[in-house]
Write a protein that binds this ligand. Structure first.
Ligand code: AMP
Length: 249
């Protein structure tokens, strides 16, 4: 059984984000980029399923510029078998990514797609849901635990009230939450081996997908600084401040 894992190249989670002086977006020049952390969790889960003998091939796919090939190499070093780069220098919005992934799914025929619940750059939390809708496949979002059986998958999800388990018929889409697993580090020998693994390249145009933006960014601004806190002497004082100053009671 084949498994597809979409991975996005994003600003590294340790980098302090700076807004471009003209407010048109976030500064990306000379900034460390890495695989989206939720996608690392997706790759880890896919590789674990392969190690358990439940999956035969793990294919990683990334939509982005030439440098997104590095992100795919990281996935290959973690244990994915093959990479597909859908090369474009355009900013690709979630709907266009979902349309591209749909084409890749049609070409590759995976039984399962495991992807991040959200990309930490735009925090959209949309692509997995849109892909499920476009394909007409069931979805298990915010996965905390997955259990893959013959023809079905049980996904335990993180929901407001705690945990909820849904049973999905394959083929299906799963999006990962933070507690699903702890991704491995790619070892040096595996990084070397990954250089020899196949990495195919295509473009949105070759797949017949128009990536022209549908959204317009009006302004990007830094969040306001946090105000200093105060220490209260008693519960009564706290309640009083919450009532009179914060206005939340
Ligand atoms: P988003 O809806 O943008 O928050 O992204 C959710 C998930 O969709 C990510 O964690 C990735 O698994 C996948 N995804 C989004 N954009 C891309 C991209 N450009 N290339 C590959 N996968 C992507």
């Amino acid at each position: 059984m084949k498994l597809l894992v979409p991975v996005k190249r994003v600003v590294d989670f340790n980098v302090k984000i700076r807004v471009k002086p003209d407010g048109s977006g976030v500064e990306l020049a000379n900034v460390k980029m890495s695989m989206n952390p939720f996608d690392e969790i997706a790759v880890e889960e896919a590789v674990r399923l392969k190690e358990q003998g439940k999956v035969t091939e793990v294919v990683a796919v990334s939509v982005g510029p030439a440098q997104a090939a590095e992100t795919l190499r990281t996935a290959l070093a973690m244990g994915a078998d093959r990479g597909i780069l859908v090369k474009t220098d355009a900013t690709v919005e979630p709907l266009a990514v979902a349309k591209i992934l749909k084409k890749v799914v049609e070409q590759e025929s995976p039984q399962l797609v495991i992807m991040g619940k959200q990309a930490i750059d735009d925090d959209s939390n949309q692509t997995g849901q849109m892909l499920a809708a476009l394909l007409g496949w069931p979805q298990g979002t915010f996965a905390f635990k997955v259990s893959l059986n013959a023809g079905t998958i049980d996904v335990t999800r993180e929901v407001d009230g705690g945990l909820q388990t849904v049973g999905l018929k394959l083929p299906a889409i799963v999006t990962t939450d933070l507690r699903l697993n702890e991704p491995r580090y790619a070892s040096l020998p595996n990084i070397m081996k990954a250089k020899k693994k196949p990495l195919d390249e295509t473009t949105p145009e070759a797949l017949g997908v128009d990536v022209a933006p549908r959204l317009k960014v009006l302004k990007t601004a830094e969040p306001g600084g946090r105000k200093a806190g105060v220490k209260v002497g008693s519960v009564a004082e706290l309640v009083n401040k919450l009532k009179t100053e914060a206005g939340v009671l």
